[in-house]
Design a binder for this molecule. Structure first.
Ligand SMILES: *Cc1c(COP(=O)(O)O)cnc(C)c1O
Length: 383
């Protein structure tokens, strides 16, 4: 092969025609928990499925190719992936994390800090003082999440990784919201990428899963050791399903991003809307950075509605956006961060992060954008 394959080809080709036993075109699902040893001194490539499994391994290899990583660890959930990276910390180490990170991430970091597992500081990477803060605090890990959820704030990945590197810290990017279709943090200087594969990567809202992708093999070995020791590795069946979903990642994300952009353009200026958070808007803080580090602006946006209309009255009247947690699937969803996705955050931290009570987050699916626009307009009319 003369040139590097594009992401679309990588996912279309993963494991095709490589199974010797029955000449399967699509790679089979290996459910066996254990594998034969040729003799008792020679450990086979696959031995016990908590440690390694052929189906999981194929998904890991494919995700590595997509993200430019050297080694991957598939986990049972996105939270297991985030928590696994925390195993790199000892009680004297400091982790910096976004003040507006995913609610579950905020919760596990706080809980482990309170147990004395490590020190943690939550900060705003979009503040002008962010680089100084990284230098001054001398962290071991710098966790970033861009775009952020639900306000789609943009962190300058190159700038933060450079500052982290200068003080010998590793940068971990939670790339769930962008997905590998839109952004590759390792190419921008990050050491480790984590994903909730539950979202865009599987894309069909029927598997919970996660992944840790490492550029540097030393950390990968350490993390693989912890994953095996604690048993947080993902199941073979989930890996099979996730690879099946991943086949269409690029086409889904392109279509969903285009639909979200069109919806946002049509909703700007609506009298019931105070503000729309969407990186594709030129007025959005970080729009210029997103234009450089992302290939498109994504399928998520959030809207601050006029305080005179209760947000529940709007979400209850939507017919095509289902009220549910999660994001990035083929189905269109609406959620109220203050009572749903971010309820794990203390109210004071939520307010400090700018997540108010009049905010709704929309995850645009594969429905036709004209139908979705009509749905939002009728809900606003009746609310
Ligand atoms: C959903 C999500 C997680 C957690 O993933 P699960 O698969 O639900 O455990 C972590 N980070 C981000 C940004 C997410 O959206």
């Amino acid at each position: 092969m003369l040139r590097k394959l594009s992401a679309q080809t990588i996912v279309a080709q993963a494991g095709i025609g490589q199974s010797a036993a029955h000449q399967d075109v699509v790679a089979p699902l290996h459910l066996s928990t254990n594998y034969l040893w040729d003799n008792s001194n020679e450990k086979p490539a696959f031995d016990y499925s908590r440690t390694t499994n052929p189906t999981r391994s194929l998904l890991e290899k494919t995700l590595c190719e997509l993200e430019g990583a050297d080694q991957a660890i598939l986990t049972a959930s996105g939270m297991a992936a985030v928590d696994l990276t925390l195993s790199l910390l000892t009680p004297n180490d400091l982790i910096l994390a976004p003040h507006d990170c995913y609610g579950g991430t905020h919760r596990i970091i706080r809980a482990r800090m309170e147990r004395g597992h490590f020190n943690a500081q939550f900060m705003d990477y979009t503040a002008p003082s962010a680089v100084d803060e990284v230098r001054k605090t001398n962290p071991r890990l710098v966790l970033i999440e861009t775009p952020s959820n639900p306000l789609l704030r943009i962190t300058d990945i190159r700038k933060i990784t450079k500052a982290a590197k200068a003080v010998g810290a590793l940068t971990i990017a939670d790339n769930t919201l962008a997905s590998p279709a839109l952004q590759n943090p390792i190419d921008l200087g990050c050491d480790i990428v984590v994903h909730s594969t539950t979202k865009f990567i599987n894309g069909h809202s029927d598997v919970i899963g996660g992944a840790v992708l490492c550029k540097n093999t030393a950390q990968a070995e350490e993390l693989a050791w912890w994953a095996n020791a604690t048993g947080v590795t993902g199941s073979a069946f989930d890996s099979y399903m996730t690879l099946r979903g991943l086949r269409t990642l690029n086409v889904r994300v392109q279509q969903q991003s285009a639909s979200a952009g069109a919806l946002v353009n049509d909703l700007v200026g609506h009298p019931a809307i105070e503000k729309i958070h969407y990186p594709g808007l030129e007025t959005h803080p970080g729009h210029d950075i997103a234009s450089v580090q992302q290939r498109a602006f994504g399928s998520l946006f959030s809207i601050e509605f006029s305080p005179t209309i209760p947000v529940a009255a709007i979400s209850d009247r939507l017919a095509l956006f289902s009220p549910a947690q999660s994001l990035g699937g083929f189905e269109s969803l609406v959620s109220c961060p203050a009572t749903m996705t971010h309820v794990g955050m203390p109210p004071a931290a939520r307010n400090a992060a700018g997540i108010g009570d009049h905010l709704l987050r929309f995850s645009v699916g594969l429905d036709h954008p004209d139908d979705l626009l009509a749905d939002i307009l009728q809900a606003l009319e009746r609310a």
